[in-house]
Each structure stands twice: as structure tokens, then as C-alpha cells.
Design a protein around this ligand. Structure first.
Ligand code: GAR
Length: 216
């Protein structure tokens, strides 16, 4: 059984996709041990409560400085004893100490095809605004392991989504979520739970028996 801790900041639709996948895939061998939010009163917390998953808030507003917030966040994650930490729309940067404590055991969903439209300043709606401003025809989503950079870790899964001429950032965000994020995030967790994912020389390898599932 893979115990996961999911870190969230807002709406929690990616958390919901994981909750639904876990409920519908009892042989997926995944248990959501805990949900941690950096914001109070967000919809993601309601989703966790409804699903009966323990949740807590670690907000930077409750601490004097960033270092104390980071320390408390790492302590909360450690307490939940995860095998895997999932950043599902977690929009604050995580401490390097956490990356070092969980090497190749933290994954993130990003709403573009990395290495496009990623890195510092590219998060949430801003990514889709930049995609539309540049006029690219194809965008998508990426699940990757988290290293000490911003969106620089080894890529696990990606899925493209076509940009429509009349897209607004909001419309495009929704379609990237529906067509890509909600699919590839649970799928990546399932592959990791199946022991099918390894990292070699900074690249992700998916074992032969499971490779076909990338295309599902
Ligand atoms: C999602 O689109 C996710 O990919 C993005 O924030 C949104 C959260 O939505 N994450 C990033 O931009 C990380 N750099 P959700 O709370 O409904 O899952």
C-alpha cells in the first residue's frame, strides 16, 4: 500500500481526481493518508472532509518568517508518514529540506507541457494567460518529480491539449484540467504504486509491463 499525502492550496479539483481514482480503483494500492493546505477555508479542505480524509492547515500567515513556515510544513508532512507526497495545485514553493528528505518521492502537476511555460511566476491561471499571449496551438499538462529547482525535476507523464481560437485563460485552464491533469495525475500515482517508475540519470523509466498504460 502506497500512503500518499496531498498538498493543496485552493479548489482541489486535482485532489478530487485522486480521491475518485482511489475510490474507483481499490486494487490501485493507494491510501490518502492526509491532506495539507497552506490556506484556510478552501474547497480542497471540504473535499477531503467529505471523503473522510484527515486534513490540516499550515499557513504562512501563522508564522513570523518563511523558515518557521517551512519547518512546520515539513513537520506536518513527516507526521503523516507518506511514501509519496503529491503537490496537487500547491501554489507555494516547498522547502529544499523537504526535497532532500523525500528524494524522488514528491510529485507535482503543472498545467503546461514542461519545459514550456514553467518555472518561477508560472502557476495557475498565469500559465494559461502566457500560453494564449504567445499564441501556441498546443499546450497540456505534466506530472514530474520535484527537485530543488522550479518545475525542473524528471518528467513522469505528459498529455497535450489543443488551444482553441476563442479560448480565454479560464476556458483553457478548465479544458487542460479535464482533458489532461485529472487523468495523468492519478495515472502517475498508480504507476508509482505499482513500483513501475524509476529515475535513472535524471530521467524517468517506466517498466515494460506498465509502459502501455502511459497511452491509456
Ligand atoms: C491546477 O491547474 C494545477 O496544475 C496548477 O494549479 C491548479 C490547481 O487547481 N498548479 C500549478 O500551477 C503549479 N505550478 P486545483 O486546486 O483545482 O487542483
Amino acid at each position: 500500500m502506497l500512503n500518499i499525502t496531498v498538498l493543496v492550496s485552493g479548489g482541489g479539483t486535482n485532489l478530487q481526481a485522486i480521491l475518485d481514482w482511489v475510490r474507483e480503483t481499490p486494487d490501485g494500492n493507494v491510501k490518502i493518508a492526509s491532506v495539507i493546505s497552506n490556506n484556510y477555508g478552501v474547497r480542497a479542505l471540504e473535499r477531503a472532509e467529505k471523503a473522510g480524509v484527515p486534513s490540516r492547515v499550515v499557513s504562512p500567515k501563522d508564522f513570523d518568517d518563511r523558515a518557521s513556515f517551512h519547518e512546520a510544513l515539513l513537520a506536518a508532512v513527516n507526521e503523516s508518514e507518506p511514501d509519496l507526497v503529491v503537490l496537487a495545485g500547491f501554489l507555494v514553493s516547498i522547502p529544499s529540506e523537504m526535497v532532500r528528505a523525500y528524494p524522488n518521492r514528491i510529485i507535482n502537476i503543472h498545467p503546461s507541457l514542461i519545459p514550456a511555460f514553467c518555472g518561477k511566476g508560472y502557476y495557475g491561471l498565469r500559465v494559461h494567460e502566457a500560453v494564449l499571449a504567445r499564441g501556441v496551438r498546443v499546450t497540456g499538462a505534466t506530472v514530474h518529480f520535484v527537485d530543488e529547482g522550479t518545475d525542473t525535476g524528471p518528467i513522469i507523464l505528459q498529455k497535450p491539449v489543443a488551444v482553441a481560437q476563442d479560448d480565454t485563460p479560464e476556458k483553457l485552464q478548465r479544458r487542460v484540467m479535464e482533458e489532461a491533469e485529472w487523468e495523468i495525475l492519478p495515472r502517475a500515482i498508480g504507476l508509482i504504486a505499482a513500483g513501475a517508475v524509476s529515475v535513472r540519470d535524471g530521467r524517468v523509466w517506466i517498466d515494460g509491463a506498465n509502459r502501455e498504460r502511459i497511452k491509456e
